[in-house]
Design a protein around this ligand. Structure first.
Ligand SMILES: NC(=O)c1ccc[n+]([C@@H]2O[C@H](COP(=O)([O-])OP(=O)(O)OC[C@H]3O[C@@H](n4cnc5c(N)ncnc54)[C@H](O)[C@@H]3O)[C@@H](O)[C@H]2O)c1
Length: 334
C-alpha cells in the first residue's frame, strides 16, 4: 500500500497515483477527473452514464485521459470489480450514486441498491486491489433536520437523515468504517453542501442548475416552498479542489466541504435572475423530507486539508448561467 504522504509529489502533484473516479462522467465527477489529471494523476473512470455524459469528459480526453480509461458499467456489476482489479488504483474517488433526494423518496429501493450495494461492491473491490484510500462523496442530508443553533453543522453532529437518500449515504459511511477497520481500506468522506456549476443539467439537478436552465428558456424560476429555507452552496471547481486535497492526505473520516454560509433559495433566485437578465420566481410545493436550514462548519477542511472555497457565490452563479447559455446556443445551432 502506498504511504499517503508519498502520493504528493513535488509541487503538490499526484504523479505516482492511479486514481479511479466512479461517476467520473457526471457533473462533479467530470470536474474532479480534469483536476486530478492536472495534478499529474493517472485517472480511470467507471460510469454507467445513467445521468453522466461522455461529452463531460471531452476536455479530459485531450488532456491525459484515453478512451480505454473509461469503463462504461454499473458500480454494482462484476465489470466494475474487474476494472478495479485490473487497474489496482492507489485511490478510488467514489462519486457514482443515485444523487437525487426527491427520487429517493419515490424509489427508496433503487436508491439503496445503487448507493449501498454499489458502495459495498466498490469497497470490496478496493480491498481486493489493495487500494489504500477511498474518497467518498457524502451529503449534508446525513445530518437531517438540525436546530437553528446547531447551524453551521460540524462533523460531530448526530447522523440523523430524514430521507432515503440521506439514509443510504449514512449507511455507506458505516460500511466505510467497517472496511477501514477490517480490510485496511482507509477513507475520507467529504460531506458536500449544495454543489453547483457548469454541467449540472437535467430535470433533477440542483436549485442553481434548475433556475439557470429555466432562465434560459424564459420559464419561471421554481422556488420550492416559501424560499426562506437555507442551503450551503459550494462551487464545483472548489469541490474538485477539495477532492484533490483529500487524495493527498491519509484517511480523515468525515470532512465537511461547503461555504460555511447559509443562503436562502430566494436569494439564489435573485442572483440567477440578475446573471441571466430574466426569469421570474414562482413558488411550488416543497419535496418530502426537505430540511429547513443548512450550513456546514468547514473548520475541519481548513485545518486538515488546507482547503477553503475561493469562488464567491455571485461569481459562481454568473459562470453557471454563462455555461447554460452556451449550452443552449449550441443546442439551437445543431
Ligand atoms: N450535486 C450535489 O449538490 C451533491 C451534494 C452532495 C453530495 N453529492 C454526491 O456527489 C456525487 C456526484 O453527484 P453529482 O451531483 O455529480 O451527480 P451526477 O448524477 O451528475 O453524478 C453521478 C454519476 O454517477 C453515475 N452513476 C449513477 N449510478 C451509477 C451506477 N449504478 N453505476 C455507475 N455509475 C453510476 C452517473 O451516470 C453520473 O455520471 C454523488 O455521490 C452525490 O450523492 C452531490
Amino acid at each position: 500500500m502506498v504511504d499517503p504522504v508519498l502520493r504528493l509529489g513535488a509541487g503538490g502533484r499526484l504523479n505516482e497515483s492511479t486514481i479511479v473516479v466512479t461517476g467520473g462522467a457526471g457533473f462533479i465527477g467530470s470536474h474532479v477527473v480534469a483536476r486530478l489529471l492536472a495534478a499529474g494523476a493517472t485517472v480511470k473512470v467507471i460510469d454507467d452514464l445513467s445521468t453522466g455524459r461522455l461529452e463531460n469528459l471531452r476536455d479530459s480526453l485531450g488532456a491525459g485521459l484515453a478512451e480505454p480509461d473509461i469503463r462504461i458499467c454499473d458500480v454494482r456489476s462484476t465489470d466494475a470489480v474487474d476494472a478495479i482489479r485490473l487497474w489496482r488504483p492507489e485511490i478510488v474517488v467514489h462519486l457514482a450514486a443515485q444523487s437525487n433526494l426527491p427520487a429517493s423518496t419515490r424509489s427508496p429501493l433503487v436508491d439503496a441498491d445503487i448507493n449501498i450495494r454499489g458502495t459495498v461492491n466498490v469497497l470490496d473491490s478496493c480491498a481486493e486491489a489493495e487500494t489504500g484510500l477511498v474518497v467518498y462523496a457524502a451529503t449534508s442530508a446525513i445530518y437531517g433536520t438540525v436546530d437553528g443553533d446547531a447551524v453551521p453543522v460540524a462533523e460531530t453532529a448526530p447522523i440523523a437523515p430524514t430521507s432515503p437518500y440521506g439514509l443510504s449515504k449514512a449507511t455507506a459511511l458505516k460500511y466505510l468504517d467497517w472496511y477501514r477497520d477490517h480490510r485496511s481500506v482507509d477513507y475520507t468522506a467529504l460531506v458536500l453542501g449544495n454543489v453547483y456549476g457548469p454541467r449540472q443539467v437535467g430535470p433533477m439537478c440542483g436549485v442553481v442548475g434548475l433556475m439557470a436552465q429555466a432562465a434560459m428558456t424564459g420559464g419561471h424560476l421554481a422556488i420550492f416552498g416559501d424560499g426562506h429555507q437555507t442551503r450551503d452552496f459550494v462551487f464545483v471547481a472548489d469541490v474538485a479542489e477539495a477532492v484533490t486535497a483529500a487524495c493527498t492526505t491519509g484517511g480523515l473520516g468525515l470532512v465537511n466541504i461547503a461555504s460555511g454560509v447559509e443562503t436562502t433559495v430566494g436569494e439564489i433566485a435573485v442572483l440567477v435572475s440578475q446573471a441571466a437578465g430574466a426569469g421570474t420566481p414562482r413558488h411550488a410545493d416543497p419535496p418530502l423530507g426537505e430540511v429547513r436550514r443548512m450550513a456546514l462548519d468547514i473548520s475541519r477542511a481548513m485545518d486538515l486539508l488546507g482547503w477553503h472555497p475561493t469562488t464567491p457565490l455571485a461569481e459562481g452563479v454568473r459562470i453557471t448561467v454563462r455555461a447554460a447559455r452556451r449550452r443552449d446556443s449550441i443546442k439551437e445551432a445543431s
